[in-house]
Write a protein that binds this ligand. Sequence first.
Ligand code: ZN
Length: 310
Amino acid sequence: MHRSPSFALGIDIGGTTAKLALVTSAGQIVARAQVPTGRKLGAEDLVADLATATGRLLVPITSGPTVVGVGVAAPGFRAPDGSGVVNVSNLPTLDGFPLRERLAAALGLPVIIDNDANAAALAEYRFGDRQGARRLHLVTVGTGIGSGLIVDGEVLRVSWGGLGDSGHVVVQRDGRPCACGGTGCLETLAAVPAMVRAAQAAGVGVEDFRALAAAARAGEPLALAAIREAAGWLGMGLAALTHVLGPERILLGGGATDALGDLLLEPVRASFARHCQPFLRVRVTFGRARLGNDAGVIGAAALQLMQREA
Ligand SMILES: [Zn+2]
């Protein structure tokens, strides 16, 4: 059946900015905008800012293809009834806020809300390097570690609207305290702050991750060792998750992967191979996420577009 072209608006709400994009059903971004967020902004003000930015984005296409609705990718867990997000540490104003209802009223369009890792995983499944896998695990490595699993085109929701908090799976007994209140979480050993900390402890004179990534790319042995240390933990954590989730393909994304590429991916894969049982190990392939910072908005829009395909 022929379908007329349609767009959805994707909104990816982050700790410092919210990105908006008009996305086609083929995953192409045709227009974008951005509004600041941050801890000082109230939820109602954020809704008003998003409405203003949306109005500007939609003006040029009011006589063209239809905008079918809005998909929102937000941090935290998706509320069980889909009304918003909960457990949002970097934007507490959104915690329990009825975002779906308020945005739908402000924009005059249907709104779907999901966790940002789920949205990114969906985008990579539909438009990234899936290579035919039916069970795709996307893992983002940045300031934190997030992940989403797509099974046969649908977000797998095993815990709190998705994969719970994979970055906080405990991999080290009596380990370092984590921002979540636990200790020894995967994030405390494998995310960007852990890489920088390990490098500094080894005497690499780097102030931040940018400098560390540059040193690693330049072949500085101690910088590479710090990356490998984090990658070792990450590979072990991914093996543990694989024993439960059984993905066919794992894609690494996020800022650390974008900056380090194979310098991160290869040692992760090696550690994974050491820690994963053979039956599963030979059935998993690794790759890199392709959509970068756009995965959230594209996946958010895809959530809404999928409704129309059903
Ligand atoms: Zn934690």
